[in-house]
Write a protein that binds this ligand. Structure first.
Ligand code: PAF
Length: 281
């Protein structure tokens, strides 16, 4: 497995891989966990070669967010990726990604209107721009993203469709701990007590989803989920909402494929999660 930091070297290495088969890209910010490994495994099912990018993208962090303390573990990440059969790590530095004079931003409208969009101004512009760059740099046949960051996945799908980018985007289901907590690099910030309390997030979403399927009014089910989160120590609760699974438009009734999404803070850590919800047949 190669670790490449230079764009010209990347082009040559990917061309060499491409000569013997298709290429998948798994974009990451490192601090890899079993959720990322599921992406790499899924990538290997679809393509001959897997390229994983590791880049902690400064432009998707707000001024008061956790860019400085975001975990960086390249040596451990490389060992995990090698064991999983990844062919190449693309690990540019900030200057290579954003050279002097860089002045272009991709902004995806609509799917960014609610949820994390207004709460994290500039975040999805940063994500869309860096993902477009990663796709152009690597030129993969497919790229894989976790469904845990469901709004991010919607943004990337929209951008790829709108800009006719020649890549297939594959969403991979969220990987969870035994108690239901979605795997996330940010779980590393949680104290033992906070980690214990964090399981309330998947529980609240699961109970609200079941209540909606059982016929409870959506607004009541969402209010119950918020109350459960507040009782479990989450503060503030950024949102618990039911949205159209594709456009992310708000839903007050389960009348089409939907997603129940939540974001809330435990201590200084913001956790997000979501579940798929389909109208009963
Ligand atoms: O999900 C992530 O890890 C990041 O947002 C991504 C897609 C690698 C872009 O920096």
């Amino acid at each position: 497995m190669q670790i490449v930091r230079d764009k010209k070297e990347l082009r040559e290495a990917v061309a060499a891989l491409r000569a013997s088969g298709t290429v998948a890209l798994v974009p990451t910010m490192g601090a890899l966990h079993a959720g990322h490994m599921a992406l790499v495994r899924e990538a290997r099912r679809h393509a001959a070669h897997v390229v994983t990018s590791i880049f902690v993208n400064p432009t998707q962090f707000g001024p008061n967010e956790d860019l400085d303390r975001y975990p960086r573990k390249e040596a451990e990440d490389a060992a995990l990726l090698e064991a999983e059969g990844c062919a190449l790590i693309w690990a540019p530095n900030v200057a290579a990604m954003y050279p002097q004079g860089f002045a272009t931003t991709i902004s995806v409208k609509g799917v960014t209107d609610g949820l994390c969009g207004p709460l994290r101004p500039g975040h999805f512009d940063g994500v869309a721009t860096v993902v477009a760059k990663l796709l152009n740099q690597v030129g993969p046949d497919i790229a894989l993203f976790g469904e845990k960051d469901y709004q991010q996945l919607a943004v990337i799908r929209r951008m790829v469709a709108d800009l006719d980018l020649p890549v297939e985007i594959i969403g991979v289901p969220t990987q969870r701990e035994a108690d239901g907590l979605a795997l996330s690099s940010r779980n590393a910030y949680l104290s033992q007590e906070q980690r214990h309390a964090a399981r309330t997030l998947p529980r609240a979403l699961g109970e609200a989803a079941q209540a909606i399927l059982d016929g409870l009014a959506v607004e009541q089910a969402l209010a119950a989920a918020r109350a459960l989160l507040a009782g479990g120590g989450f503060d503030p609760i950024d949102y618990v909402e039911l949205r159209d699974a594709e456009t992310l438009a708000p839903l007050s009734r389960l009348d089409r494929p939907a997603r129940l999404l939540g974001a809330a803070w435990i201590g200084g850590t913001r956790l997000i999660d979501n579940l798929a919800l389909h109208p009963p047949a």
